[in-house]
Design a protein. Structure first.
Length: 367
């Protein structure tokens, strides 16, 4: 291993639900149509040899590998300039890690113990997609490849050897629980999903498993969803549902009991006026709306409409963590073990040669 490889370090700049509420996360999160541009500038930063962007509804994180002369100040300046955010504002609502602390943080993220819904399972798929994207862009190299492969292994260990996910903690199951509280039986609820990514699929799978026979999906990019790389009609077929033309969903809102938005559109898709119009057709039946998008897709004023229940990601997470006290010991045990694993992996990364690897090897061998 050359001296330059030995002197390489890891960097992380991030913002998440731990330090930023939903309104703040909306300002920092990267719009889907800006990802290419963001990566172009990020990968061109002087001294940054490798990079990866993890951009979800609850976190925006930039991982980097470089020679020791690189400063994370460059990441901070680049993100604040790109998102047109005051540097002091970003400083207040972000965190930085380097070296072994980056390894530890990623392990906790992939395991789900750093999630807003502690123990949830969607995050691992989101991290894998972010890693695959970085590999396809040729911006992830030996160091980040090794880091994320070990992160996937850490997640597998945590879910196999601890009880952190007891109760099947994921967004879809939580939505079903709220729907049960509102409607009594999930099987009788008609679901509309706007978006075709990981969150959408989780919701459809959960409703289907509870006997729902009326599942509909639509997406603004009807031919192909950039978040899941899956066509909405393919997702509908997978769960025995229906695909709805995106141009038709607004006039069809009154047909559904539960509506989930999970897109990267960055604009409002459901307004108070549209919801009031829909409720005229169903005045005695409640309407359950879940906005899992960042930025949000549903106007907050919708919550003022009678018999309408609007939840965002912060609301849903609070419900998911109602049973957290019973799992806190397992979470702490998991955190302690992952911390020790991170120390060992960091020592290996900095003192031993790292074998080359590929995206296909990482995701296939560590799923």
């Amino acid at each position: 291993m050359s001296n330059s490889e030995k002197s390489k370090s890891l960097h992380l700049l991030g913002s998440s639900h731990h330090i930023a509420d939903l309104a703040v996360r909306e300002k920092i999160s990267l719009p889907q149509d800006k990802i290419d541009e963001f990566y172009n500038g990020l990968s061109a930063l002087p001294g940054l040899d490798e990079c990866l962007l993890l951009n979800t509804c609850n976190r925006t994180e930039i991982y980097g590998a470089s020679n020791n002369g690189f400063s994370s100040d460059l990441l901070h300046k680049y993100l604040s300039d790109f998102r047109k955010i005051d540097p002091d504002f970003l400083h207040k609502h972000s965190y930085r890690h380097s070296g072994e602390k980056v390894v530890r943080h990623l392990f906790e993220v992939t395991a789900g113990i750093d999630s807003q819904m502690v123990g949830e399972t969607e995050i691992l798929g989101q991290v894998k997609k972010a890693y695959e994207d970085a590999c396809e862009r040729n911006v992830s190299g030996k160091m980040l490849n090794r880091l994320f492969q070990k992160g996937f292994q850490a997640a597998k260990w945590a879910r196999t050897n601890t009880g952190i996910s007891k109760g099947q903690i994921n967004l879809g199951n939580v939505l079903c629980e709220v729907a049960r509280r509102i409607f009594g039986k999930v099987s009788n609820s008609r679901l509309l999903v706007i978006g075709a990514g990981e969150v959408a699929e989780s919701a459809m799978e959960a409703f289907k498993s509870r006997g729902s026979q009326a599942i509909t999906v639509t997406s603004r990019t009807f031919d192909w969803c950039p978040l899941s790389r899956r066509k909405p009609d393919e997702l509908a077929e997978k769960f025995g549902g229906f695909a709805l033309s995106f141009s038709k969903y607004q006039e069809s809102l009154h047909h559904f009991d539960v509506i989930l938005t999970s897109t990267a559109s960055g604009r409002s898709l459901i307004s108070e006026i549209e919801v009031r119009k829909a409720m005229k057709h169903r005045p005695a039946k409640p309407l359950f709306l879940i906005d899992a998008s960042v930025p949000r897709n549903i106007d907050e004023s919708v919550a003022k409409v009678d018999n309408v229940f609007l939840y965002n990601m912060d609301d849903v997470s609070a419900i998911a963590n109602e049973n957290l006290k019973s799992r806190i010991a397992e979470v702490e045990r998991c955190r302690n073990v992952l911390s020790k694993k991170a120390v060992r992996i960091w020592e290996q990364m900095t003192h031993h040669a790292m074998p080359s690897s590929s995206a296909s090897q990482s995701t296939a061998s560590n799923s």
